[in-house]
Design a binder for this molecule. Structure first.
Ligand SMILES: Cc1ncc(COP(=O)(O)O)c(C=O)c1O
Length: 370
């Protein structure tokens, strides 16, 4: 893929809608759909005969995903969604101590810990921003785990993971990240950022559809943690069919336990290849440029932007204050303009498949309504 026009052509839904809703769910790309469909076609024609081939394909995608976030393949597992990953993380860290987290977190970040009796303390932001200083002030001798989203779903605030990762290193905290609102849009480097555990969903910024998520577990943890769940595919030699003894493979993939959900994994694989062919930095710049264009237009209309606008905090999410957000969202939808109502306003997402015309169409629609 060379230009953005070509990228857009990969998303047929963009012909039907002005689609500014990646933060809820992105449309699928033809490539991701083809990745999944290829598996269905192969199974239609060949039944389970290509099993070994599919396993091989899956492991290649694991390599790609690991590379994409700066991990090694043994540290990466395929999951179904963020909740799936976060429950596994919370289970592995049971008994480790208090969790310090952010007031704006999506429930999938926090509920798995609350469910297990962890004590959680919530940091309040200042106009949506969680500064390093604010976080540091809230660390107590009881704090053992720092849990944050890379990008907050209800404000669009983007955290500086490298800075927070360094803080965690200094304070000897376990660093857990929900990357669902960033992965595919903003680069993550788990080693540079000192991340211990990370979970994400494939539906939003990774444009891979439903049924796929990912989990990262730092290598040092793989050696020491108790694996909360196992199955035949968790063993060093699954084909041994030993049903009495556990010979655990100390890799994140052991948590996949049994037969894989191939279609979702193959869709994600195609998305990652697309991202790599375009380049992470170009995607990030595209998203920020579109966000800036959008913010300018909204401000010109006299609307208040609720998302933090400091350049370092910007993401693909812009929240704008409107009266009756749910009603405005519904009326925009009737014009085939897709956004969501979140964070006390309209949540408008700009992804790499969007363009300025999408934003102009939205602004025109908003003017007609308000
Ligand atoms: C930050 C964040 N995490 C997670 C999710 C979704 O959770 P799950 O993947 O468990 O369905 C969302 C969806 O809106 C989100 O914004």
């Amino acid at each position: 893929v060379k230009g953005w026009k070509q990228v857009r052509r990969l998303f047929p839904a963009l012909e039907n809608y002005t689609y500014l809703n990646a933060a809820s769910g992105s449309p699928l790309s033809k490539r991701a759909a083809r990745g999944a469909k290829r598996y269905y076609d192969e199974m239609l024609q060949h039944g389970d005969v290509p099993w070994d081939k599919w396993l091989e394909r899956k492991e290649k995608i694991r390599d790609t995903l690991a590379d994409f976030i700066g991990a090694i393949p043994a540290e990466v597992a395929f999951t179904l969604n963020t909740s799936h990953g976060m429950n596994l993380i919370a289970e592995m860290l049971k008994g480790k101590g208090e969790v310090l987290t952010m007031k704006d977190e999506f429930p999938s970040s926090t509920l798995p810990w609350i469910h297990r009796g962890f004590k959680l303390r919530f940091i309040r932001p200042a106009r949506g921003v969680y500064t390093l200083q604010r976080i540091e002030e809230q660390i107590s001798p009881h704090t053992k785990i720092l849990l944050t989203s890379h990008v907050q779903y209800r404000t669009g605030f983007r955290q500086d993971l490298e800075a927070v990762g360094n803080l965690c290193r200094r304070k000897n905290l376990i660093f857990v990240v929900n990357a669902t609102q960033s992965l595919g849009a903003f680069p993550v480097d788990v080693k540079r950022d000192n991340i211990d555990f990370l979970a994400f969903l494939g539906l939003k910024w990774p444009v891979a559809g439903y049924g796929i998520g990912g989990l990262y577990i730092g290598e040092k943890w793989l050696r020491s943690i108790r694996f909360p769940m196992v199955g035949w595919k968790s063993m060093k030699d699954p084909e041994s069919m030993d049903n009495r003894k556990i010979h655990l493979r100390r890799e994140a993939s052991a948590l996949e336990m049994g037969c894989p959900h191939f279609p979702g994994i193959f869709a994600l694989g195609q998305s990652l290849e697309l991202f790599q062919s375009i380049g992470k930095k170009r995607i990030r710049k595209r998203i920020l440029d579109l966000g800036k264009y959008l913010a300018g237009k909204l401000e010109k209309m006299g609307l208040e932007i609720l998302s933090p606008l400091e350049p370092g905090c910007r993401s693909g999410i812009t929240i704008v204050k409107v009266d009756n957000p749910e009603d405005v969202r519904e009326r925009l939808k009737r014009k085939n303009i897709i956004v969501s109502a979140r964070g006390g306003g309209l949540r408008i997402s700009t992804h790499f498949y969007n363009n300025r015309t999408d934003i102009d169409t939205l602004i025109k629609g908003l003017k007609e309504i308000t």
